[in-house]
Write a protein that binds this ligand. Structure first.
Ligand code: NDP
Length: 599
């Protein structure tokens, strides 16, 4: 490690900064957008289209029209299962990319691996890191390409999901009066789906305009998701609460447009270099069929500490993990303690570089000091941006450093911090999404399985599943997400594409053998969770970290919380290889395929 870094001093500073931010209320510090706050969830983008309620019976219903639903729908269609209905709360497909249209929204994971089904849909990403409108358009492209719009239920919120064991059907009710049946039900409602608001005293009293970043009000701000100047803000005093990955991306646009911009910061994000570039069409045309699977495997291997001949993606994620890996090799100590020490050294170097970058870019010394993150890079979502720090050099942009305490109070006219009042016309909540809360609360519905048992009841002591997908007591139901499987956080769609393939195989098999019910045995489910629990504890939850959703807001996670973040003990690539063998074996070990006459 560099001689100039005093690791011990850093450790103490990190703990000191963490302690400033620890709070007894943990996740409870946030408020749900319900009751007087429910309007923060309204869809600002599309008016629901009138339609007759669905009362039909489909082969597969999928709740969620984001990447999970789209890639699964695509794989089902490819497998010849045509009767698929995606049910989506938003007015179109897109999920995250439907809702998050804030200016500057883009994806931190390289488009070549983040955008699913590029080969199948024939799309070439325009840039290494694509902007949100292109991602939304790609979601729509997948929808069109695979005919998923034909049978979709958009602007439709599921309210009840109940298993009818006698008929072997899921009964699905919605806020549009639908009362439909589905032979198979899949759910991909997204891990960061439900916006949350900061529980700041007086939040309800603000009389100016306000919205959450996931419901951007362009009618008020002017501009567009493509980044056109928000002319409506020219004479406005704008405040933004939160400085996470979302805020980092929209602040440069607010800084360019607002009369005055006040950024209320509790904890600064780490901002590494973005280095975006256009994708060269000639080079893209040279890629051989099967390239995307190869790129996915290459990224996942390198990002999780493995070796490959070359780094195809070459981004901040693979950089982090290769630094740690190379440091471990250089030290030659492959014990868990040795690897941890290598991680600490490499992180100290990285974070020192990140703090030095703040000094290089931000001209005002006090502002630069406030923008420096004092924690390990993976304690919070690492950010990558080449215009964020520069925004603070504009005279109209004011960083309000709350020194870890957060905004004190909100009143009719604005925001209070440390006894000082900031008058605002517009207050934007960049306060993130619910993560550590109950599954049913985040989804907005509970699935009621066999014998009337709710999924929330079944998971009272934590998520239980086979492969993160199948749940005993919930026949013909499939979950599509990263948990209890690969748990690959740096490229979520990779988890989903794989899961879609698995579902297509399992459902095709059930249809081929005439099975009315598919369900994991209780033993297989228990054995899977036991296997996961015997391995590493999954993602996050480091109590030394500054609080945030990565570590349950600094509260030691309960056993139940821990279970939902478990991943395959050997890591994501071994999981993907394992599940590929499992689904291709034809025996689907752990699942029971039953016919009515056997029931
Ligand atoms: P986050 O949860 O990351 O950030 C919420 C912000 O609100 C934090 O800065 C938090 O401070 C702040 N905050 C909360 N309460 C208060 C308060 N009382 N006073 C002042 N500040 C407060 O949400 P984001 O929407 O930024 O990001 C969520 C996730 O979405 C990311 O982590 C990432 O996974 C994903 N994302 C991905 C992108 C991509 O490129 N792929 C882009 C954008 C988002 P504190 O840190 O102190 O808690």
């Amino acid at each position: 490690m560099s001689d100039t870094i005093d690791a011990e001093a850093l450790r103490l500073r990190y703990l000191e900064e963490r302690d400033k931010r620890l709070r007894d209320d943990g996740n409870e510090q946030y408020i749900e957008p319900t009751g007087a706050f429910a309007h923060y969830l309204d869809d600002p983008y599309v008016e629901p289209v009138e339609r007759e309620p669905f009362t039909d019976d489909v082969t597969v219903a999928f709740i969620g029209g984001g990447f999970a639903g789209l890639v699964t729908g695509a794989r089902l269609k490819q497998a010849g299962i045509d009767d698929v209905r995606i049910i989506e709360k938003g007015g179109d497909f897109g999920g995250t990319w439907y809702w998050n249209r804030y200016p500057g929204a883009m994806c931190d994971t390289a488009a070549m691996i983040y955008m699913p089904l590029l080969e199948e849909t024939g799309h070439m990403p325009s840039e290494k890191y694509t902007k949100a409108p292109e991602l939304l358009a790609h979601c729509q492209r997948i929808g069109r390409h695979f005919g998923l719009y034909d049978n979709a239920a958009l602007s439709t919120e599921v309210t009840e999901v109940t298993w009818d064991d006698h008929a072997s059907r899921w009964i699905i009710r919605t806020n549009r009066g639908d009362d439909m049946r589905a032979r198979f039900l899949a759910m991909g409602t997204g891990p960061l789906h439900r916006p949350k608001l900061p529980g700041i005293d007086g939040i309800e009293s603000f009389a100016g305009h306000s919205f959450h970043t996931s419901r951007w009000d362009y009618a008020y701000t002017g501009g567009s998701p493509a980044g056109d100047l928000m002319t409506g803000l020219a004479d406005k005093r704008v405040g933004i609460i939160g400085t996470g990955a979302t805020s980092v991306q929209c602040i440069p646009h607010l800084a360019a447009a607002a009369g005055e911009l006040h950024v209320f910061q509790r904890t600064p994000s780490s901002i590494d270099i973005r280095n975006n570039a256009e994708i060269d069409a000639e080079w893209f045309a040279t890629l051989q069929p099967g390239w995307q699977a190869e790129w996915l495997a290459n990224f996942t291997t390198l990002q999780t500490g493995g070796f490959a001949d070359q780094d195809l993606v070459m981004d901040g994620w693979t950089d982090i993990s290769q630094r740690i890996r190379d440091k471990t090799i250089a030290k030659g100590d492959f014990t868990p303690q040795g690897m941890l020490a290598a991680y600490h050294d490499s992180d100290d170097e990285k974070m020192t570089e990140i703090r030095a970058r703040v000094d290089e870019i931000v001209t005002d010394r006090a502002t630069a000091e406030s923008l420096k993150p004092w924690y390990r890079q993976l304690c919070k979502r690492p950010c990558f941006h080449d215009e964020y720090l520069q925004s603070f050099n504009k005279p109209s942009v004011h960083l309000v450093d709350t020194d870890g305490k957060g905004v004190e109070r909100i009143d009719e006219a604005g925001v209070w911090v440390d006894g000082k009042h900031y008058e605002l016309d517009l207050l934007i909540y960049a306060s993130g999404f619910e993560v550590g809360t109950d599954y049913a609360r985040r989804s907005g519905f509970d699935a009621i399985g066999r014998d009337g048992i709710a999924l929330s009841q079944k998971w009272e002591d934590g998520m239980m599943s086979l492969h993160g997908t199948h749940v005993h007591g919930f026949p013909n139901m499939f979950i599509v997400g990263p948990s209890q499987a690969a748990n690959l956080i740096s490229n979520v769609p990779h988890n989903l594409v794989e899961r879609g393939q698995t579902l297509a195989k399992v459902i095709s098999h059930a249809l081929a053998v005439g099975a009315d019910q598919v369900e994991p045995t209780a033993e297989a489910e228990a054995a899977w969770v036991e296997l996961l629990e015997a391995g590493s504890r999954g993602f996050g939850n480091n109590p030394d970290c500054t609080p945030g959703y990565y570590n349950n807001e600094g509260k030691l996670a309960t056993e139940a919380n821990m279970r939902s973040s478990l991943g395959f003990p050997d890591g994501p690539m071994p999981y993907f290889n394992y599940i590929d063998d499992w689904r291709n074996s034809g025996s689907f070990e752990g699942l029971e395929f039953r016919r009515h006459r056997d029931l």
